[in-house]
Design a protein around this ligand. Structure first.
Ligand code: SF4
Ligand code: MG
Length: 324
């Protein structure tokens, strides 16, 4: 089980004097073993920041992540070996994740040897098994990354992540750089591996059809705030946070990307936001309330949403159930 309560992991960005757009605040969710949670939201909503905070790349200023009951140190290199092994990251661009001058075996073997005591022949055999598990020919062990297609390379990246026998995969848009047909096969692969190995998956997605077919639960983010946490089923049955509704309405056809919505005037970088992050776009905003008070976290179904309106008033009308 993974739980997270983070405040503003954006401080590093500030130190590097980049705009503090990716600051996230008061994010709080959990992921059960073997489950898949999708992080959705526009670019700049803080999805990658959360993933990087969990991976120990960007430490949060306050708050903590918990993994299997133990607190996650904010930096990867101060985590216990077990935590480092258990949590593996897969990136969007697999080509950048491999050293172009090393064969796949030369990239896989150090991971295997780091975590497991293996003889040379056992290591080779284990590496071949991993390639088979991701449906790559074991002969590929002697190939260089440049000799593989994008999809094959992403499979190799998955194999390398699996080499550590992780309990949790953090996936940063792992299919968005690939052709649609290849995307589907990578997702089927991840689904199967997840079932076989009971791995939790936290993934960033830009495609609602993909979320629907692959995730169990969804965290909807806007401007670094968690708007709604719900099951995939709840996306079709409500109640829906006004921002979740806007996302669904904008992505009418299956496979349509999530809309890119211009960041409104409500949050200049660096200026703390008052009230609801969605106030300047929300058709239901209550003057004097939504622009001054942070919306409360309310239970709704198996999840929660943050809004001043009661969840009962946010059940979608029948004609809006397009996701069904
Ligand atoms: Fe809209 Fe107010 Fe709810 Fe925010 S808190 S989503 S502005 S109604
Ligand atoms: Mg991002």
């Amino acid at each position: 089980e993974l739980a997270i309560r983070y405040q503003q992991p954006g401080w590093l960005d500030r130190l590097r004097s980049r705009p503090v757009q990716n600051t996230v605040n008061d994010i709080n969710f959990s992921l059960h073993q073997g489950q898949t949670l999708a992080l959705i939201g526009e670019s700049g909503s803080g999805k990658s920041t959360i993933l990087k905070a969990l991976a120990g790349i960007i430490p949060p200023s306050t708050g903590a992540g918990y993994f299997e009951g133990e607190v996650l140190s904010t930096q990867m290199n101060t985590r216990s070996p077990e935590q480092q092994r258990s949590m593996q990251l897969i990136f969007q661009h697999a080509d950048a994740a491999f050293n172009p001058r090393l064969t796949l075996y030369q990239s896989l073997a150090p991971v295997l040897r780091r975590w497991f005591r293996l003889s040379k022949s056992e290591c080779r055999e284990k590496a071949a098994q991993l390639l088979q598990e991701v449906k790559l020919n074991p002969d590929y062990l002697d190939r260089l990354p440049g000799q593989l297609s994008g999809g094959e390379l992403q499979r190799a990246a998955i194999a390398r992540a699996l080499a550590a026998q992780p309990r949790l995969l953090l996936c940063d848009e792992v299919t968005s750089a690939l052709d649609v047909s290849v995307q589907a096969s990578i997702l089927r692969l991840l689904s199967r591996l997840q079932k076989d190995r009971d791995i939790g998956i936290l993934f960033i997605a830009h495609d609602l059809a993909l979320v629907r077919s692959f995730a169990d639960r969804v965290a909807v983010l806007y401007k670094g705030r968690l708007m709604q946490l719900c099951t995939v089923h709840q996306l079709t049955s409500g109640p829906l946070h006004p921002y979740t509704r806007l996302l669904l309405d904008a992505a009418l056809s299956p496979g349509a990307p999530l809309p890119i919505i211009e960041q409104g005037a409500g949050s200049q970088p660096g200026i703390p936001l008052q009230g609801c992050a969605f106030q300047d776009r929300c058709p239901h905003a209550i003057p004097g309330v939504c622009n001054t008070e942070s919306p409360p976290e309310q239970c709704s179904g198996d999840g929660s949403l943050r809004c001043h309106l009661p969840p009962a008033s946010l059940v979608p009308a029948r004609e809006n159930r397009r996701m069904a």
